[in-house]
Write a protein that binds this ligand. Sequence first.
Ligand SMILES: CC(C)(COP(=O)(O)OP(=O)(O)OC[C@H]1O[C@@H](n2cnc3c(N)ncnc32)[C@H](O)[C@@H]1OP(=O)(O)O)[C@@H](O)C(=O)NCCC(=O)NCCS
Length: 160
Amino acid sequence: MLIRPLVMIDLPDVLTIERESFPAPWSAGMFLLELDRADSLCLVGEAENKILGYVICSQLDLDWHLMNIAVPPAGRNEGIGRALMTALLEQLGADARLTLEVRPSNEAAIGLYKSFGFMLAGRRTRYYADTGEDALIMWRTEGTLRGSLEDVPNADGGAR
Ligand SMILES: CC(C)(COP(=O)(O)OP(=O)(O)OC[C@H]1O[C@@H](n2cnc3c(N)ncnc32)[C@H](O)[C@@H]1OP(=O)(O)O)[C@@H](O)C(=O)NCCC(=O)NCCS
């Protein structure tokens, strides 16, 4: 699999995966906004002219926010998500601090993030408008890579 920047021509395939993957999928406009930003990193995995997954990450203030990652249902559990995360972290560099929100029910994503050194750090109440679910906030920092939340803002472990 080749991992390369996401470009506009990928959007139809990306939108198909997005709709298969999320109850409240992003619109084309939301992807275009990310593609337009100077401080975002948008990658796709591709093999034989087929998009196998994508990851979108944006810098807000000093920290990077993992905004979106998806692999089509038929391609999951084959290491594609791990390969996308590995490429993303390589491109962001060793000093990058990353945060993200994830549904508590999304065991696959939480498992993936934990395996890259993300730790649960907090919770946003009723964050997801479609189901009213809370969001878990996760961070990956120098501290979390050592198992500590000491350098994570307002961290309470997401236990509330
Ligand atoms: C989350 C997602 C991107 C993972 O992609 P994937 O290609 O299936 O993941 P991989 O095969 O690379 O697995 C990587 C790691 O994720 C974790 N993982 C994957 N599926 C898992 C599951 N069902 N339960 C627990 N952990 C899981 C494991 O740690 C796994 O590592 P391992 O295979 O060494 O055990 C994929 O499930 C997906 O697209 N989900 C729908 C979209 C989504 O929810 N995105 C996240 C939004 S926050």
